[in-house]
Design a protein around this ligand. Structure first.
Ligand code: CP
Length: 303
């Protein structure tokens, strides 16, 4: 049984296969319209979503399967019945569980007690399918991944962790320029760094935005993660030096700008950059669909 819980589950060869399959599906989606014929999945979300929910539902549809959205935003998961029983029930009906959850442990429990693949659609620690779509987008625009330098600006979060994991495996040099004490998860960084070394890549974390130089890709995300109700203006002073604006873009030398979205315009990224010629944020959003089709086909088709 293969799951996508953290992104550490796959080798570089498997990552490249997922990216290649996504690219092929993007080019000719009709060719894959029966891949999941008769198969289904539960799409369980404890948190809001535009991109991830829409693209997972569409991915099932485009592959000939059926995705059933289960709204868990009322906090029901684990309350009405145990997470283990939830997984045991769903496994009798559907072929896959897609979960956006508050705690990574929820996904681990679904995988432990269920008998179908579990796909992480964002947790407190990881957003692995997002990172796959991000690197697909980078490869489309730069023609390669190995040796590319991506610099993440702002708050080290689940997206940052997944960019490090997937980047390390794919041979991408990933830098995180973050305020002191706001870095990615240390254990995840260390594990990703070990993998990066074997693939000839360098991962690093630093605090000084004036050192952001010779970069190929700039990346940012919200300064306040989903579920944290801190007003953005309260953290503005701390994070503003990390904003992606025209000055930082020029200093960095980057030719591409990514943001996983939703964006808080003129906080972590300015309108000028987000709407400018180097921004590929909507290509990136589109690629969520193609990556989800690819991941579903790999995990569900052969299960
Ligand atoms: N990037 C991302 O996961 O978007 P949603 O929260 O809208 O799904």
């Amino acid at each position: 049984m293969r799951h996508l819980l953290t992104g550490f589950e796959f080798s570089q060869e498997e990552y490249l296969d997922i990216l290649d399959t996504a690219a092929a599906m993007k080019k000719d989606p009709r060719k894959y319209s029966k891949v999941l014929e008769g198969r289904s999945g539960a799409i369980m979300f404890e948190k809001p979503s535009l991109r991830t929910r829409t693209t997972f539902e569409l991915a099932f549809y485009r592959l000939g399967g059926h995705g059933i959205y289960l709204d868990l935003q009322n906090g029901d998961l684990g309350k009405r019945e145990t997470i283990a029983d939830y997984a045991r029930n769903l496994s009798r009906w559907v072929d896959c569980l897609v979960g956006r959850v508050y705690a990574q442990s929820t996904l681990e429990e679904l995988a432990k007690y269920g008998s179908v693949p579990v796909i992480n659609a964002l947790s407190d620690l990881y957003h692995p399918a997002q990172a796959m779509a991000d690197y697909l987008t980078v490869r489309e625009h730069l023609g390669k991944l190995a040796g590319v330098k991506l610099c993440y600006m702002g708050d080290g979060n689940n997206v940052t962790n997944s960019l490090l994991v997937a980047g390390g495996i794919l041979g991408v040099n990933v830098e995180c320029c973050v305020p002191e004490g706001c870095g990615p998860d240390v254990q995840i960084f260390d594990r990703a760094n070990e993998l990066a070394k074997t693939h000839g890549a360098v991962l690093r974390v630093f605090n000084d935005p004036s050192k952001v130089k010779d970069v190929d890709v700039l990346y940012t995300d919200t300064w306040v993660s989903m579920g944290d109700n801190t007003p953005l203006d309260r953290v503005r002073k701390k994070y503003m030096p990390y904003q992606i604006n025209d000055a930082l873009l020029e200093q960095s030398g980057a030719s591409l700008v990514l943001h996983c979205l939703p964006a808080h315009r003129n906080y972590e990224i300015t309108d000028e950059v987000m709407d400018g010629p180097k921004s590929v944020v909507f290509d990136e959003a589109e690629n969520r669909l193609h990556i989800h089709m690819s991941v579903l086909s790999k995990l569900v088709e052969n299960n």
